[in-house]
Write a protein that binds this ligand. Structure first.
Ligand code: ZN
Ligand code: ZN
Length: 361
């Protein structure tokens, strides 16, 4: 089974022929069709997040169920599925209280030191138990969500990370209300989804902030009412000026300490900053001690605070109604072998989202 393997941080991905296990209890074997090229993968390649090497990245993925392990009932052979990078157990406190994105209860008996993939006799880990940059994945079936026949697997893959993350940050985490003012730092795959979800939620002002001019142009197509090029001007001042003193919601969609603090500064008294990007674990986000008097909120958002079985079908319905643009997010399609070029282009900031055609239907 062909897979792109990351052997160490700051090295290119290498194509290798891996051995894959049969699915065990609670697992499914899925044939990967489409995988998105996401900044979260890049964090592991660049080493800003620690990985268990060698590893197979890829967490924005869709495919077709090929085999089921014992006890799996939520999907069937032949189902076309989103391969979610959280696999909720369905019965812990988090799952039961409507926060399945925070579930950490294992749903299979597989141990981290005995992964489903091996290269020779060496174990190979899978990012988020998915490892989608591979022709096949054995993963916990509880993370699989069947999609309707009229949804393409390209669209399904993007719903599996960037769309859910951006839409959910607005609707679930921040609960943006009609008439709100919003600033979004980073107009990439996640940022564009924050922008279009904010438009859908009725935000009256949506200020996109980025350093790449043509991304700001795309941001306007997705619903930004104003744009700020942070490479040319002081972004905090510009947002405060445009919004008349600060926004109700500042979203950070890059994953940096500095931009997280900027999102907080952009929020007005009583406003909220939402950190959506993967800020490195050792970084500290610092805010003014005046937080008490200003009644500001600094909040994290993981996977759009997703309630998967409620939100993903809803997102697909909004897509079908033409209210969420998912096709327009994909600015480039790559062959699987071109994966390193795909990441080079992501680094350069030239694309909103690109996808790898790993298999065919
Ligand atoms: Zn992602
Ligand atoms: Zn759970």
């Amino acid at each position: 089974m062909k897979a792109a393997v990351l052997n160490a941080a700051q090295t290119p991905l290498e194509m290798a022929d891996l051995t894959i296990d049969e699915p065990g209890a609670g697992e499914a074997l899925v044939r990967v069709v489409t995988a998105g090229v996401c900044h979260s993968d890049l964090h592991f390649i660049e080493g800003t997040y620690p990985g268990r090497y060698p590893m197979v990245l890829g967490h924005e993925v869709a495919g077709i169920v090929e085999e089921l392990g014992p006890g799996v009932t939520n999907v069937a052979k032949g189902d076309r599925v989103i391969m979610g990078f959280v696999q909720p157990c369905g019965h812990c406190n988090y799952c039961d209280s409507g926060r399945p994105n925070l579930c950490g209860t294992p749903t299979t008996a597989r141990r981290p030191d005995q992964p489903a993939l091996t290269l020779g006799d060496q174990p190979v880990s899978q990012m988020a138990n998915v490892g989608g940059f591979a022709e096949q994945s054995v993963m916990p079936a509880s993370g699989l969500l069947k999609i309707p026949d009229d949804i393409s697997l390209d669209v399904a893959a993007l719903v599996g990370c960037s769309v859910m993350t951006g839409y959910g940050a607005v609707v679930n985490t921040a609960k943006v209300e009609p008439g709100s003012s919003v600033a979004v730092i980073g107009a990439g795959g996640v940022g564009l989804n924050i922008i279009q979800a904010a438009r859908l939620a009725g935000a009256s002002q949506i200020i996109a902030v980025d350093m790449v001019e043509h991304k700001l142009g795309i941001a306007k197509d997705f619903g930004a009412t104003d744009t700020v090029n942070a490479g040319e001007t002081d972004a905090i001042q510009a947002v405060q000026q445009l919004s008349g003193g600060g926004v109700d919601f500042g979203f950070e969609a890059i994953g940096l300490k500095a931009t997280s603090e900027q999102a907080y500064e952009m929020a007005k008294r009583g406003g909220m900053a939402v950190v959506v990007g993967m800020v490195p674990p050792m970084e500290k986000i610092e805010v003014s001690g005046m937080i008490w008097m200003q009644e500001k909120t600094l909040k994290g958002s993981f996977y759009g605070s997703a309630r998967f079985h409620t939100d993903m079908p809803r997102i697909l319905e909004l897509y079908k109604q033409g209210k969420l643009d998912i096709d327009g997010l994909v600015t480039k399609r790559w062959e699987f072998d071109e994966i390193n070029e795909a990441f080079d282009m992501l680094k350069s900031g030239e694309v909103a989202r690109s996808v790898l055609a790993i298999g065919s239907e």
